[in-house]
Structure formats: C-alpha cells, structure tokens
Design a protein around this ligand. Structure first.
Ligand SMILES: Cc1cc2nc3c(=O)[nH]c(=O)nc-3n(C[C@H](O)[C@H](O)[C@H](O)COP(=O)(O)O)c2cc1C
Length: 352
C-alpha cells in the first residue's frame, strides 16, 4: 500500500511509509503467555556487549543534530545520561561537538561508549575518529555502511530538516577535519557550507560510495572491535562476519536512507539465522518505541536494541535531568516481563 502522508517529528520530516514500516513491524509479532512457569527467573536486563557490562540492553544509536535539539550540549547530556543509566551510547561522527570535548566532559572510559564513523572519502577523516576513539577510552568503532550516497532526495527528508535545526553559530560537524582534500580552516563552518544539496563539503566527504576494500582498510587501522551498522540481508551479514566484525547492527538508518528497504525487525530474523554459529553479536535499531518492542527484538535474536529518535525526544523535553526520558519506564517493562513471566513469540521463539 502506498502512503504519501508526512509525519513531522521535532527535527526532521520522514516519509510515512518508511518510518512507519520500521515501527509497525513490531505489531506483526505477538507474545504467547506461558502460564504458571515463572519460578526463579532472575532479573535479566544486565548483559555484556563486546565484553563490557551494561545494565540494560537498550543503547543509544549515533545521531547528529543533538546540539540543535538541546543547545549547546546535547550530545554531552546524552552521554551523561547514558552513564547514569548504565547504558551504552554511540557518538556520531556528524555530532556538533568534537570527540575531544565530548570526552573531556563525559569521560568515555567511565562507561561504555562507542564512536561511529563513516568510510569517508578522505581516509584522514576516518582515522581522526578512530585514533581519537582509541586514545580517549571508547570501546569500539561503529562504521555506518548504508549511506553510499545521500538519499535525501528519495527519503522524504527534504530541506525541511533545516527548518528544525538551530542555524546559530555552532561549528557544523567539527569531527570532519579534511574538506576538499585540505585541512579544515580554523573557523566555524555553517550548516549550509557542510550540507547544502550535493555540494556541501561534509556531504561530499561522507556520501562517497565506499566498498569492502575501504572497510578492510579500516579494519587494518585499529585494534578496537568494529561494529558494522546498516546490514539488512543475510548475504551482507556473512560478508561482515568474514571481514572480522565484532558486531552487526541491523538497521535501516531509521528510515532515513534507501526508500523501500526492509524494516529492520524483519531483516533481524534473516541476519540472526545467517550468522548462527559465529560469535558475532547482533543488535538492531529502528522503530523501538516501547518495552514490548525491546522484548520482541531480543526474542528474535538481538543481543541489544538501539534507539535513535526516542533518545533525542527525551533530550528535547528533559534536557536538565541527565536521564533518557522514558528509559526507566521501558526498562521496568522489560524487567517485569522478564522477571515475572516467560513468553513465547508466535513464530515459536521462546523468550525465557
Ligand atoms: C536526527 C537523526 C540523525 C542521525 N544521525 C546519524 C548519524 O550521524 N550516523 C548514523 O550512523 N546514523 C544516524 N542516524 C540513524 C540512527 O543512528 C538510527 O539508525 C535510527 O535513528 C534508528 O531508528 P529510530 O529513530 O526509529 O530509533 C540518525 C537518525 C536521526 C533521526
């Protein structure tokens, strides 16, 4: 069914069909109660991700634009909230805070933080993120591979995005250090200079058709584990395992990239099957909006889920409290179902 309606969220416009497919696929799965069977079930929300312990399997996806939502310290506030909640946050390479400033206020080695990068056109940009992440105590590199080109034109995002961003004096994407083959000048770069149409400097640098060869190069540059973000098929998952990733984030970029790609919850099942037997960890993001959504993803084989928009919405309305809005409620739903019940999904997967 074709949908053309647009949904407005606080900072972007997403085509109804794509956002909604990520969200709606959760309704296709139902819990089957297993009555009178809940003896001695312990709190199961604590887990490890690439060996690091987290209190809840609900982590924060890398998102740019946090500065705009909660100026001037959006990413830092999310980082502090993450520490408080005992969760995991991935810092976006497109954040409007430098990785060094983020680290000086949040101290990544006190918690579990990963640094996200793209396979930038100029490899010095990728190295900038990776080497700083190593030095500053981040535990892994997440590399986003689902954006060979900027799908803005087909994604329903459109220029309206700009209306939601605070156009003031911040330096846009300061972690992208090399633009047009030269070191970035010592001044603030505007949103327009970086992201306008196809000619923005950051745009050209980011959306540059990388290949597996670029991925193997990145792998050779770091001892940190690599998590690949944006896998939606069994084939790509097997290639990623072959390439030596530590984890796979099954993701459709929150419906912001290729129009018509599968919903991530559906792809999760295929990816979990494809990597069975390896010790690669599988996570997913996209459309997680409630505790039962989290449980469904876990039951279908995800080790943890990641959230993008919900964390930013929380940041927008709850900016001073150093909490991720709603994560406590979501967590209590997850633990109460885990602790007090055992459920079976309708596809036969036992969640216990
Ligand atoms: C405003 C915004 C900015 C984003 N920026 C990035 C980014 O810089 N790097 C990246 O890999 N993904 C980015 N994403 C995608 C998220 O990491 C994530 O895949 C997606 O938001 C998950 O879907 P959800 O919002 O339904 O939870 C962004 C998403 C949003 C909404």
């Amino acid at each position: 069914m074709k949908q053309t309606t647009q949904l407005h969220d606080p900072y972007t416009v997403i085509s109804f069909s794509r956002q909604l497919s990520n969200v709606c696929f959760y309704f296709r799965y139902r819990f089957q109660p297993r009555i009178l069977s809940a003896r001695d079930v312990k709190d199961r929300t604590t887990t490890t991700l690439l060996g690091a312990s987290v209190r809840i399997p609900i982590c924060i996806s890398p998102t740019a634009a946090q500065y705009s939502v909660a100026p001037p310290k959006g990413d830092i506030l999310t980082g502090l909230a993450t520490l408080k909640e005992g969760s995991l946050m991935v810092l976006s390479s497109h954040a409007d805070v430098t990785i060094e400033n983020f680290a000086s206020e949040v101290c990544p080695s006190d918690g579990v933080f990963w640094a996200q990068t793209y396979l930038f056109r100029d490899r010095r940009n990728t190295l900038h993120v990776v080497k700083n992440a190593e030095r500053l105590g981040f535990r892994a590199i997440m590399v986003t591979v689902d954006s060979p080109t900027d799908f803005t034109a087909t994604s329903g995002r459109s220029d309206v995005t700009a209306e939601h961003l605070d156009p003031t004096d911040r330096d846009s994407a300061p972690n992208i250090k090399f633009l047009h083959g030269k070191k970035r000048e010592n001044r603030n770069y505007t949103e327009d200079e970086m992201w306008s149409g196809n000619s923005g400097a950051g745009e050209i640098e980011t959306f540059c058709h990388p290949t597996w060869e670029d991925f193997y190069w990145l792998k050779s540059q770091t001892k940190l584990p690599i998590v690949i973000k944006g896998i939606l098929s069994a084939h790509a998952a097997r290639e990623a395992v072959k390439a030596g990733v530590g984890g796979i984030l099954v993701s459709a970029h929150g419906g912001r990239q290729l129009e018509g790609s599968p919903a991530s919850l559906d792809a999760l099942v295929e990816v979990v099957d494809a990597v069975r037997g390896s010790n690669v960890e599988i996570y997913m993001d996209g459309g997680v909006r409630s505790g039962t959504d989290v449980l469904k993803a876990l039951a279908l084989g995800a080790r943890a889920v990641f959230i993008g928009r919900p964390a930013i919405w929380g940041l927008a309305v709850n900016v001073r409290r150093y909490t991720i809005l709603g994560i406590d409620i979501v967590t209590s739903v997850v633990s109460s179902i885990c602790v007090h019940h055992r459920y079976t999904l309708n596809k036969g997967t036992v969640f216990s």
